[in-house]
Design a protein around this ligand. Structure first.
Ligand SMILES: Cc1ncc(COP(=O)(O)O)c(C=O)c1O
Length: 378
């Protein structure tokens, strides 16, 4: 049984998250990795691989290919073929490769994970950003606004599902409508599904948009990875699923010799995660869901903060606009809480709280945030 309550000292491991506030009394709750050890099976498999002692150029083996195919079928009921998989070191790389290969402008939502804005910019593409809308207490897509924003130079839709930072898991109906929009405007779809495994309701289901129809499968590049799910982002192992042979060829050409594959420890970790990680993942989801309840209770006590329904991810997107402070991020930082600033995501009135951490740490964070909130009443 994993012990997610166990505090693991990360301050001696050069980790981005904890080093940012080194030497300060600030608990970091920003960048999207978790403070939990990866599953024991992954650690053991890495030990075995390291003990071999030779770390030369390595192929991706048949077993790893099969592990991905089986995981996607088991979890998402999507039958993919091994030859559709293109290995990449990171999902952000996949986003940049895609923007470079599609000769046209890009359309996406806002606020959004900053690389959705950076990747089109890197490729010198124009980007239309359409705000999410609040409907039935969740963030969702405004299709009328998309119809107004799209123009004939747009060739690529970049989707984030589940959505970072808004926490939405798009429904089948929403995805079908989105798919129809892409078909109507002849847009290629790049679907970043890196958070697909992190649904907080055990009954909820992630649907890869490409799995909805053969027509969508043909126009979609799906980006996935075990990195968020099993806390192995530092091992840099991700993949694109590209059923359309022409798109796949262009994706590989766009990678050229500039983007390498996955490092061999990443391959070992990915295969093990997908073959043996299901039970750990089920426990993780329950733990994260309990953490979320603490945050929801805290927000309920503080009507100046707002959090819509959080369906997935360990990242809570909190509206702090009613505080009327210059920067909510700076405001909470003064009380020793290192949240993500909403500004790079597209809204400086929000903060993003990473709750992929031990419950005692989260409780301490919420205590500090309550102190911050109480200071406004004085
Ligand atoms: C939606 C989304 N895509 C991509 C990434 C990063 O992916 P990678 O580390 O594989 O480049 C993140 C990390 O937070 C993310 O939230």
């Amino acid at each position: 049984m994993p012990n997610f309550d166990e505090i693991v000292d990360r301050t001696q491991s050069h980790c981005e998250k904890w080093d940012k506030y080194k030497g300060q009394d600030v608990i970091p709750m920003w960048v999207a990795d978790m403070d939990f050890r990866s599953p024991r099976c992954i650690i053991d498999a890495l030990h075995v691989r390291v003990e071999h002692g030779i770390f030369g150029y390595t192929d991706i083996d048949e077993g790893t290919n099969q592990a991905v195919v089986d995981f996607v079928k088991r979890h998402y009921d999507w039958e993919i073929k091994k030859e559709w998989i293109v290995w990449i070191p990171g999902v952000v790389s996949g986003m940049n490769i895609t923007c470079k290969m599609i000769k046209g402008d890009v359309i996406t939502n806002t606020p959004i994970y900053p690389h959705f804005v950076k990747a089109p910019k890197n490729a010198k593409r124009e980007l239309a950003q359409v705000p999410l809308v609040e409907k039935n207490n969740r963030w969702t897509i405004d299709f009328d606004a998309f119809e107004k924003a799209v123009n004939p130079t747009c060739k690529l839709f970049m989707l984030c599902n589940p959505y970072n930072p808004a926490g939405t898991v798009f429904t089948c109906k929403e995805l079908e409508q989105l798919g129809a929009f892409c078909v109507k405007h002849d847009l290629t779809l790049c679907s970043d599904e890196i958070h697909a495994d992190l649904l907080l309701n055990p009954e909820a289901k992630h649907i890869p948009i490409a799995s909805l129809s053969p027509a969508l499968q043909e126009r979609t590049i799906t980006l996935m990875a075990p990195s968020k799910t099993f806390n192995i982002a530092g091992l840099q192992a991700s993949f694109a699923i590209i059923p359309n042979a022409t798109l796949r060829k262009r994706f590989k050409e766009s990678m050229g010799s500039m983007v390498g594959g996955i490092n061999l420890l990443g391959i070992t970790a990915m295969r093990t995660a997908y073959e043996k990680g299901d039970a750990w993942l089920a426990e993780l989801r329950l733990y994260l869901a309990e953490n979320l309840k603490l945050i929801q209770a805290f927000v309920a006590k503080n009507p100046k903060l707002k959090l819509l329904e959080q369906e997935a991810t360990f990242l809570a997107w909190i509206d702090a606009s009613a505080l009327h402070v210059k920067s909510p991020h700076e405001f909470f930082l003064e009380f020793g809480v290192g949240l993500s600033d909403g500004e790079p995501f597209g809204d400086k009135n929000f903060v993003r709280l990473n709750f992929g951490t031990q419950r005692t740490l989260l409780e301490e964070i919420l205590k500090r945030m309550q102190k911050a909130m109480d200071s406004l009443k004085i």
